[in-house]
Design a protein around this ligand. Structure first.
Ligand SMILES: Nc1ncnc2c1ncn2[C@@H]1O[C@H](COP(=O)(O)OP(=O)(O)OP(=O)(O)O)[C@@H](O)[C@H]1O
Length: 582
C-alpha cells in the first residue's frame, strides 16, 4: 500500500493525530516535521532513514532522525535570538555529511534526558529549533507553554535555598552556580542564603514566620545529609505538634512525670490528592482541628504539608539521602527533579533524648532524622570525624579505621515495638511467602494504604527487649545507600512505609565484625546474615545506655544521649524527588 506524508507523521507521533505540525530545522539534525501532540512533542527528519542520509561509513551522525519528548519532561521553552542552525552534528568524528549552516529565528526546548546505561542519571537536554519566520517560532513557544501550563501546577515557582559553602570538598557555592541556570530557565524565583556558620540554616528555618514560609513552595539544601538535617529540624522544631514516642511502661516510669507518651497507632491512613489520598500522617502530628494543611485565617503552617517540599542538591561527603531518593549523586539530576516538581513522601524519625548522661536530670529534647540514627561504632565515627573536618570526605575512612581498630562495645538496654511479620511486604502472586521488595519509583509498599498495626494501640503493644553489649545500634529510616555501602545498611528499607530497621550488632570478635563491614561494602552483600546481628523492623524503640555518656549519630551529626525513645512518622515530609530507579 502506498504511504502518504500523513502516515509517516502519524508514525512519528505513535499513531495519534498531532494537534499542530510544522516543518522546522532542528540544530545538528536537519529539516524535521515537528508535531505537537496531546502529551508532548515528536519529530521526524524529512527524507531520512530510507536514504540513510545521516549514516556515513556506518557511523551514525548526530541525534536520532525521529524522537519525542513528553511535556512531563520539558521544564522550559524559550525564544532566543536569530542565529545559526547546523544541519548535522559538527562534533561527529565523521563530518562528511556536514551540510550548510542557516541563519534562522530560533527557540529552545529544555527537557530531561535519561542516561541509557544509568536511567537514574538525568541530563539537561536542549533542542534548538529554527525557522525563517519569527511568527512561527513565537507560535510554537506559545503553544508549548500552553500545553505545559497543566504540568506547572505541581512545579515550584518560588524556593528558599540554603547553600553550605564548606560542605563536602568545600564546593557548595560552585555546586549551586552549576545548577542555578536550570532554575532561572524554568522561571523559578529563588532566595539564596549562603550559611556563615553551623546552625545558621536551623535558626532561619525556626524563626521564619509561617506567613513568610507560605510564600515558598519549598526549601532546598545545597550541601550534605547533615546540612539537610539542620534544615529539617529547623522546619519541624516549632511546627510539628506530636506526642512523644510510645514506650514500655518501665521506660515511662524511669523518666517519670511525662505522661504525654503516644501509645496510639502512630500513623493514620489518609491520602495525597483528594480527601482519600493525602499523606500518611501521624494522628498525633495533626493540629488541634485535625487539619493537616494550612488553616485559613490564622496563617498557621501545620505539618505535614504536602504542597510544601524540601529538596537537596548534593554537595556533601556522603549524600545518602539524595542517593536513596533520586538514585544518583548528581546535582543536575536533583535540580531537574526539583524544577519538574517531583514528589516523594519521606518517613521521618523522631528521636527524643530524655537524659544526656546517667546523672543528668530528665529533660526531653526532640530531634528529627530523615535517614539514620546510630550509636556505638556510628557515634564514635562521627565524634572522631568531627576532629578531621579539614580532610573532607576522606575523614570518614580515616575515623572509621581508627574506631574499628579500637573495637569498643557498649552495654545498653533496647526495646522495640513488635510488628506483624507480613507488614510492609507484598505477598508474591500465588505464594503465601512474602518477598522482599526494594524501594523504587512509584513504590507499591510506600503507596499502600495500610491502616497500621492495631497491636500498637494501648496495652496491646508488645515490646521486644534486648540487653547486652553492642558494637553498634543502628536505626535505618531509609536504605542509606552510599558510595561505601552500595546497597545501603538495609537494602529493602523503604522511603515511606512507616518503619525503621533496627540493627543491633552484638559484641563479637573483631574479625567477625570485619566480615559484617565487608558485606556492607559489597554490592549484593548480606551484612545482616550473621549470628551476632539482630534485625528488627519496627515503628518505635527505646534505648538506655548502662554507661555514663554516649553519643548518637543523627543523619551524620553527633547527638549526645544516654536515654532516648524514637518513633517513625510515616511520610511526614515531602521531598522534591521521585525515588530511585534501582
Ligand atoms: N557556613 C558554615 N560553616 C561551618 N559549618 C556549617 C556551615 N553551614 C553549615 N554548617 C554545618 O556543617 C555540617 C555538615 O554539613 P554537610 O552535611 O553539608 O557536610 P558533610 O558533613 O561534608 O556531608 P555529609 O553530611 O553528606 O557527610 C552541618 O551540620 C551544618 O551544621
Amino acid at each position: 500500500m502506498e504511504r502518504n506524508g500523513d502516515d509517516s507523521i502519524r508514525d512519528a507521533v505513535g499513531g495519534q493525530e498531532p494537534v499542530l505540525r510544522s516543518s522546522l530545522f532542528l540544530d545538528h539534525v536537519g529539516e524535521v516535521i515537528l508535531c505537537l501532540n496531546s502529551d508532548g512533542l515528536s519529530w521526524k527528519l524529512v527524507q531520512s532513514s530510507d536514504t540513510d542520509r545521516n549514516i556515513c561509513f556506518r557511523i551514525k551522525l548526530g541525534p536520532p532522525d525521529a524522537a519525542d519528548v513528553k511535556f512531563s519532561d520539558i521544564y522550559a521553552v524559550e525564544l532566543i535570538d536569530q542565529g545559526v542552525v547546523h544541519r548535522s552534528n559538527p562534533s561527529s568524528p565523521a563530518r562528511c555529511l556536514l551540510g550548510p549552516e542557516w541563519q534562522m529565528h530560533r527557540f529552545i526546548v529544555h527537557a530531561v534526558q535519561r542516561s541509557k546505561s544509568q536511567p537514574s542519571l538525568w541530563t539537561a537536554a536542549m533542542y534548538n529549533f529554527g525557522h525563517k519566520d519569527p511568527q512561527t517560532c513565537q507560535m510554537w513557544v506559545d503553544r508549548i507553554n500552553a500545553s505545559l501550563s497543566r504540568e506547572m501546577e505541581d512545579r515550584p515557582k518560588n524556593l528558599l535555598i540554603f547553600v553550605h559553602p564548606m560542605s563536602g570538598k568545600g564546593n557548595g557555592c560552585q555546586t549551586w552556580e552549576t545548577v542555578a541556570p536550570i532554575f532561572s530557565r524554568a522561571n523559578v524565583q529563588t532566595k539564596v542564603i549562603v550559611t556563615e556558620r553551623a546552625g545558621h540554616a536551623f535558626d532561619v528555618m525556626r524563626t521564619t514566620t509561617d506567613e513568610e514560609l507560605r510564600q515558598y513552595d519549598g526549601v532546598l539544601a545545597v550541601g550534605g545529609d547533615g546540612f539537610f538535617n539542620e534544615i529539617l529540624n529547623g522546619f519541624l522544631s516549632t511546627r510539628l505538634k506530636a506526642a512523644y514516642p510510645p514506650a514500655p511502661a518501665d521506660f515511662v516510669q524511669s523518666v517519670g512525670g511525662y505522661n504525654d507518651f503516644s501509645v496510639d497507632e502512630p500513623v493514620a491512613d489518609t491520602s495525597s490528592h483528594d480527601e482519600d489520598d493525602s499523606p500518611l500522617i501521624p494522628n498525633n502530628a495533626l493540629g488541634a482541628e485535625g487539619d493537616s494543611s494550612y488553616t485559613d485565617g490564622d496563617l498557621k503552617f501545620l505539618v505535614p504539608n504536602e504542597r510544601f517540599r524540601l529538596g537537596i542538591i548534593p554537595a556533601g561527603s556522603t549524600d545518602a539521602i539524595v542517593i536513596c531518593t533520586t538514585g544518583a549523586r548528581d546535582p543536575i539530576t536533583s535540580a531537574l527533579h526539583i524544577v519538574l516538581g517531583k514528589r516523594v513522601g519521606l518517613d521521618i524519625g523522631q528521636i527524643v533524648r530524655w537524659r544526656i548522661t546517667s546523672t543528668s536530670k530528665v529533660e526531653p529534647c526532640a530531634r528529627y532524622a530523615a535517614s539514620f540514627a546510630g550509636y556505638g561504632f556510628y557515634g564514635d565515627v562521627i565524634t572522631e570525624s568531627e576532629k578531621y573536618r579539614w580532610m573532607g570526605p576522606k575523614r570518614y575512612d580515616y575515623s572509621g579505621t581508627k574506631v574499628f581498630m579500637r573495637h569498643r562495645s557498649y552495654e545498653a538496654e533496647i526495646a522495640c515495638l513488635e510488628i506483624k511479620a507480613q507488614e510492609g511486604t507484598i505477598p508474591s502472586e500465588g505464594q503465601k511467602k512474602c518477598r522482599r521488595v526494594i524501594c523504587r519509583v512509584d513504590c507499591k509498599i510506600c503507596n499502600a494504604k495500610t491502616a497500621g498495626d492495631p497491636n500498637v494501640r494501648g496495652r496491646e503493644a508488645n515490646w521486644l527487649r534486648s540487653k547486652g553489649r553492642y558494637l553498634s545500634v543502628g536505626a535505618a529510616i531509609m536504605a542509606n545507600r552510599n558510595e561505601r555501602a552500595p546497597d545501603g545498611l538495609v537494602a529493602d528499607a523503604h522511603l515511606g512505609d512507616g518503619f525503621l530497621h533496627l540493627i543491633l550488632i552484638k559484641d563479637c570478635p573483631r574479625a567477625l565484625y570485619l566480615l559484617h563491614l565487608l558485606q556492607l561494602a559489597k554490592k549484593d552483600g548480606n551484612p545482616l546474615n550473621f549470628e551476632f546481628v539482630e534485625h528488627h523492623k519496627t515503628r518505635a524503640f527505646t534505648f538506655k545506655s548502662s554507661g555514663n555518656s554516649s553519643i548518637w549519630n543523627l543523619d551524620g551529626e553527633p547527638f549526645p544521649a544516654h536515654q532516648l525513645s524514637a518513633q517513625v512518622f510515616r511520610r511526614l515530609v515531602s521531598l522534591f524527588a521521585s525515588g530511585p530507579l534501582v
